[in-house]
Design a protein around this ligand. Structure first.
Ligand SMILES: [Zn+2]
Length: 374
């Protein structure tokens, strides 16, 4: 009879004649003898092939196994033939420490929905093919660098959908390995690890020439960098010093998306133009209308806050449209002269808008060029 264990598409390949209908690894209550077999496998006293090699799928199958003792992969006795097949650790749970140190993985390695409750370490490991971490959980709060001196030589190293991100310091890649870091979250005290993680991903994307991805990682790197700009609570004299960098960071983030989101600049321009249009209506504008090339009609508008309450909406919208047109003509520094401000207030506003316009349009141009020239 086959073992009853299954999660999602994963099914156990092992046969069992136990009353619980589960195999040795998946049954909940184990006898002392069974526990000893598992301990002996993990310590390398029994060759593991008979228990862990899945001939049907041709994988080394650790799926869904709950480990209640320390595991060191290097100690498990695996014959050389089986070392060359993929290792699958999906849905397995490591309640104690797990050490992959110095291990050389010849084929793909999967950690889908794997839970690491205690220490986990890949120090000095070599991954010759791809390695995927998806929805894995790193529940130990220790923030040591688990991939220290670890080497990835395969096509991909995927690290995605992870709520408690890890430190990647000391990790190494070949010059064509794609490092995919996606949807990984970090807690507040680990922002610096997050910043470094995205920086590593950015640099690796640049090395392999994936500039589109590099831009996304650069944005995330800047986001975490911005989050780290906080007042130093224990240093009262220097408390105000964080304000300027913080404002600069917020401006950079929301107006240009750290140079990665040109559409933000357009949206910001639209808002600015609309606000200025409204302010011009308050300050006063004169519409000159040319008929037969002579200026033979003009109309002056000047709204006040009180008037707004008892206004004809249609007339207001028509004037607002005219003011909006004047605003965009000023913003782009075109200046036709068919609509002009009538007083100092208006002129000061127009000057400010012209200056903002020049700056914002230059920003827009540079972000677009930056993105397009990749
Ligand atoms: Zn089973």
């Amino acid at each position: 009879m086959k073992c009853k264990w299954e999660i999602g598409d994963c099914k156990c390949y092992r046969y069992t004649d136990d009353v619980s209908q589960y195999c040795l690894f998946h049954r909940k209550s184990k006898s002392e003898k069974e526990k000893k077999i598992i301990t002996n496998i993990l310590n390398g006293y029994i060759e593991a092939n008979e228990y862990l090699w899945n001939k049907e799928d041709n994988i080394y199958d650790f799926r869904g196994i709950i480990f209640d003792q320390d595991v060191s992969l290097g100690r498990i006795e695996i014959n050389n033939l089986n070392k060359k097949v993929p290792f699958d650790f999906s849905y397995s749970v490591f309640n104690k420490n797990i050490y992959f140190d110095d291990y050389r993985f010849y084929s793909n390695v999967l950690f889908v929905n794997t839970k690491f409750y205690q220490d986990v370490s890949f120090e000095n490991c070599v991954f010759i093919r791809s390695c995927i971490f998806d929805k894995s959980e790193f529940l130990s709060s220790k923030s040591k660098s688990i991939f220290y001196m670890c080497k990835f030589l395969g096509q991909e190293f995927v690290f995605k959908n992870i709520s408690n991100g890890v430190k990647f310091d000391g990790i190494r890649f070949s010059s064509n390995t794609k490092f995919i870091l996606q949807n990984v979250e970090y807690s507040k005290e680990r922002y610096i690890d997050a910043r470094n993680a995205y920086r590593i991903a950015k640099n690796q994307s640049n090395i392999i020439g994936d500039y589109e991805e590099s831009g996304k990682y650069y944005y995330e790197e800047r986001v975490y960098n911005g989050k780290m700009i906080l007042p130093r609570t224990n240093d009262k004299d220097k408390k105000h010093k964080y304000i300027v960098p913080k404002i600069m960071d917020l401006v950079s983030k929301y107006i240009v998306g750290y140079g990665e989101k040109p559409q933000n600049v357009l949206f910001f321009s639209f808002i600015l133009i609309s606000i200025f249009a409204y302010l011009y209506m308050m300050a006063g504008l004169r519409f000159n209308i040319n008929v037969d090339c002579t200026m033979n009609y003009h109309r002056t508008i000047k709204y006040s806050f009180l008037e707004l309450l008892s206004l004809d909406v249609k007339e207001f919208m028509s004037d607002y449209f005219q003011a909006w047109y004047f605003s965009i003509v000023t913003f782009t520094t075109v200046g036709y002269g068919d609509i002009i401000p009538i007083n100092y207030h208006g002129k000061v506003l127009a000057s400010i808008e012209m200056f903002l316009g020049v700056t914002v349009i230059a920003t827009w141009t540079s972000t677009v060029v930056r993105k397009m020239s990749r």
